[in-house]
Design a protein around this ligand. Structure first.
Ligand SMILES: Nc1ncnc2c1ncn2[C@@H]1O[C@H](COP(=O)(O)OP(=O)(O)OP(=O)(O)O)[C@@H](O)[C@H]1O
Length: 299
């Protein structure tokens, strides 16, 4: 099976500061991969290096087993970057035709027009006269012009309302269902979970986790058992118990962090702790993600 993306020990330094640090992974055909991470995690820098638009300080990138700058590679990829820059002097229709001409097996003009969601005289409008949302849809159509085997989207849904977001992902899903590979970056954990088959979790330039959305969630979610307790709070005793990673007192309740809430409960009952008003918290994704921005990473 052809490897679509292969990255080895990729590092990028800007004035001595590492934006991407020793990242390695490979992507197979048909994967829908989310690069997930907070602001400044290195997502855009990694994507620009994958596209050959930024030279790595060290490490290698290959797309379809070739350098990203190769013409043969260019013909098989599509790109939508964060800054929407489309040529202002052209009409929408002219721009679509121009991009189609770059590729050996482009989408039909009708298909591209459908992706823009525009009709009739709108297509004769110069692109500098379009709204922000229209510009984004046109850049999406341009990214898809070559019916790409691999398409990159850098934070594609920033600034889209929920309807536009839904429509966008629907079209991306259709493309993926045809066996194409999709790589996108996002801040939104929910989006990565909804759309991706695999999540690469970045934090402070490092790849801190790589797996299915389910496995990443399991790894990130902090589960807890909390309760009220009569008398003295025996913190050390709790910390010495198995499966308990942390204990704190919050708003009159004892909160125990654990990977296994069932076992902790059964231990608490077996030693007959005077506890009441027990609650189990299975963890919230958004909290888990926020945690990442303050931790060094997930080990
Ligand atoms: N051209 C540049 N010159 C200097 N520093 C840069 C440059 N580009 C990125 N950086 C720095 O590298 C780090 C990673 O930035 P990058 O844009 O890749 O992160 P990101 O995960 O895409 O963030 P965001 O979600 O905010 O877009 C940041 O600290 C950023 O300030």
């Amino acid at each position: 099976m052809e490897t679509i993306v292969e990255i080895n020990n990729l590092t990028k330094e800007f004035k001595g500061k590492r934006a991407v640090e020793d990242v390695s992974f490979s992507i197979k055909p048909g994967e829908v991969v989310a690069i997930l991470g907070p602001n400044g995690a290195g997502k855009s820098t990694a994507i620009l290096m994958m596209l050959g638009l930024l030279h790595p300080t060290s490490g290698t990138v290959s797309l379809f087993n070739q350098k990203p700058q190769e013409q043969k590679v260019r013909e098989r990829i599509g790109v939508m970057l964060q800054q929407v820059s489309i040529m202002d002097a052209l009409k929408v229709k002219e721009l679509l035709a121009l991009f189609r001409s770059y590729y050996p097996t482009p989408l039909s003009m009708e298909e591209m027009i459908r992706l823009t969601g525009m009709q009739g005289s709108e297509l004769n409008r110069r692109t500098d006269k379009l709204s922000g949302g229209q510009k984004r849809r046109v850049s999406f159509a341009l990214a898809m012009a070559g019916n790409p085997d691999l398409v990159f989207f850098d934070e594609p849904t920033v600034g889209m309302d929920s309807t536009a977001r839904k429509q966008f992902w629907e079209k991306v899903r259709q493309h993926a269902n045809a066996g194409k590979t999709v790589l996108f970056s996002t801040h939104y954990l929910q989006e990565a979970d909804d759309v991706a088959t695999r999540i690469l979790l970045f934090n402070e330039g490092k790849l801190v986790a790589d797996g299915s959305p389910a496995s990443i969630k399991q790894r990130l979610l902090k589960k807890a058992v909390s309760f009220k307790m009569d008398g003295h709070f025996p913190k050390e005793q709790f910390l010495a118990m198995e499966h308990i990673s942390d204990v704190s007192e919050e708003k009159g309740r004892i909160v125990i962090q654990t990977e296994d809430t069932d076992r902790v409960l059964s231990s608490l009952f077996s030693i007959e702790m005077p506890i009441s008003d027990i609650a189990i918290d299975k963890g919230r994704l958004e909290d888990a993600f926020e945690q990442l921005t303050v931790e060094q990473g997930v080990s």
